[in-house]
Design a protein around this ligand. Structure first.
Ligand SMILES: NC(=O)c1ccc[n+]([C@@H]2O[C@H](COP(=O)([O-])OP(=O)(O)OC[C@H]3O[C@@H](n4cnc5c(N)ncnc54)[C@H](O)[C@@H]3O)[C@@H](O)[C@H]2O)c1
Length: 280
């Protein structure tokens, strides 16, 4: 028996990376999954590879009509919507605060914040009518701490955490749980996409990213889309039935504090400042 048997799930931005891994795992656990993305060919091919329990539909999460159409399509085709994963995303416009164009700021917020807002806006009435449901929003550790030159992305990801809480408070009465996940450094196409590469081209960057991310956090291995998919499955399934409004951090410990070599250097610096150790 699968943890998602007979459930219908929509996963946005699931042609690649984290969303793809979530869709794959949900299908394996018995769900009917609607794969949605703006990369049509890739999304279509991926959905076909999953067999009868998956289908693809184009949906740009920044556009209200697309998001409404995506939810309507799931309900018209499968008769219900049990789970929505608001995952679609990109790196957003980066740079020093004074260099960020208003159009870039607006576009980043439209995809990363308006997207999940629209998803919840249109999923909530469906889930209320059917007597329950589950929403998982993909945020980031960038929403928990400041990362310089990553302003709109970090701001959007922090806002998702709060939107998750406010919507969770409202929808708990209707047996709809709403949670978020904060991934750390995960090997995916998002970094290549920020430089104009397609998801398929970005696969070439995975080896180098894996080497880099092995050193990025206390747990000395690269984060993988499957790590986030496992967390999404837990939140979407009945295993977490008493959990709502939560931000589940899946980051190999990167946001928990300073790693010990840095901590030791800091302690050494303090000791030398107060005269108990000679400065290096
Ligand atoms: N990879 C990481 O290190 C990391 C860390 C923290 C959070 N995240 C978040 O995880 C989510 C998934 O990212 P990923 O790492 O799998 O990247 P990815 O590039 O592999 O996947 C993102 C997918 O979203 C799609 N997409 C982009 N804009 C869209 C739009 N307007 N409408 C619909 N789909 C759109 C892309 O086509 C792509 O298939 C994002 O929200 C991202 O911010 C990623």
């Amino acid at each position: 028996m699968g943890k998602m048997d007979d459930r219908v799930a929509v996963v946005t931005g699931s042609a690649s990376g984290i969303g793809k891994a979530i869709a794959e795992l949900f299908v394996k656990e018995g769900a009917q999954v609607l794969v949605t993305d703006i990369q049509d060919e890739l999304g279509q091919r991926f959905a076909e590879s999953l067999g009868k329990r998956a289908a693809f539909i184009h949906a740009d999460v920044s556009l209200e009509d697309d998001v409404k159409g995506m939810i309507d399509h799931a309900v018209d085709t499968y008769g219900r919507l049990d789970c929505l994963v608001n995952n679609a995303g990109m790196g957003g416009v980066k740079g020093e605060i004074e260099s960020i164009p208003v159009s870039g700021f607006d576009q980043t917020i439209a995809i990363l914040l308006r997207g999940p807002f629209l998803g919840m806006k249109y999923a909530a009435p469906v889930m209320k009518r059917q007597g329950g449901g589950n929403i998982v929003n993909i945020s980031s550790v960038a929403g928990l701490r400041g990362i310089s030159q990553n302003h709109p992305y970090s701001a959007a990801k922090a806002a998702i955490l709060q939107l998750t809480r406010t919507v969770a408070m409202e929808l708990a009465y209707y047996k709809i749980r709403v949670n978020s996940i904060c991934p750390g450094s995960i090997v995916s196409s998002i970094f290549g996409a920020a430089k104009g590469m397609s998801s398929e081209e970005s696969v070439k960057t995975y080896e180098n990213l894996t080497k880099l991310f092995e050193k990025a956090q206390p747990i000395r291995r690269a984060g993988l889309p499957e790590d986030i998919a496992n967390a999404a499955l837990w939140l979407a399934s009945d295993d977490s039935s008493f959990v709502t409004g939560h931000a589940l951090v899946v980051d190999g410990g990167i946001s928990a504090g300073q790693q010990w070599p840095q901590q030791m250097r800091w302690i050494d610096a303090i000791e030398s400042a107060i005269g108990f150790k000679s400065p290096e």
